[in-house]
Design a protein around this ligand. Sequence first.
Ligand code: OGA
Ligand code: MN
Length: 209
Amino acid sequence: MILHLDVNEELLSKFNAIADGLAETGFSVTDGFLSEDEVSAITSLDDFKNGLSHFKKAGIGQQRDKQINESIRGDYIRWLTKAEAPPPLQLYLERIDQLREFINQALFLSLKDAEIHQTIYPIGSFYKRHLDQFKKEDHRKLTIICYLNKNWKEEMGGQLRVYFPSQTQDILPIAGRLICFRSDLLEHEVLPAIHPRLSLTGWLLDTLH
Ligand code: OGA
Ligand code: MN
């Protein structure tokens, strides 16, 4: 199946697991989506190393309605573009494009684009319970987050808490782990952490952005 995608067997089985999770529960967790070396190449880029000075405070809502509200979310972000991203981030953007094509074929969708930002949650910051698709006309269909935190331990906090209909699940933001879920369906939150928490956060869209 899906012959024209240029990905190795290992990656293909990860793509398959993601599509299966989406079909069954609207949610998936995949470890090793980025290898340790791929993660290191990203976290040692100047903008992540220099920390918050290259990032801007994330807001809530879109364009005109956009507000900064520290009591709801405390992360700092930097949007990525294909034209400007350095090679380690290009690699990630390409992998997400491949995943998007795979998901389109496996689940009969026609997702057309991705928007992705680098993210830093400073110590003690959080993102309160929310849904990523907050308006009916929102083009965000799937949320895709890859974590970049080596040696992250339970006691450090920073879990992604996902609210399923009958239970919650807490996921540690460990390096290379990819989370993918239905943006219109699953409420979630980010718990505060005792270390800065790094990730690549994005959405697959049903339109070109
Ligand atoms: C978001 C978000 C979760 C995470 O940016 O909308 O919910 O685990 N992020 O970083
Ligand atoms: Mn979210």
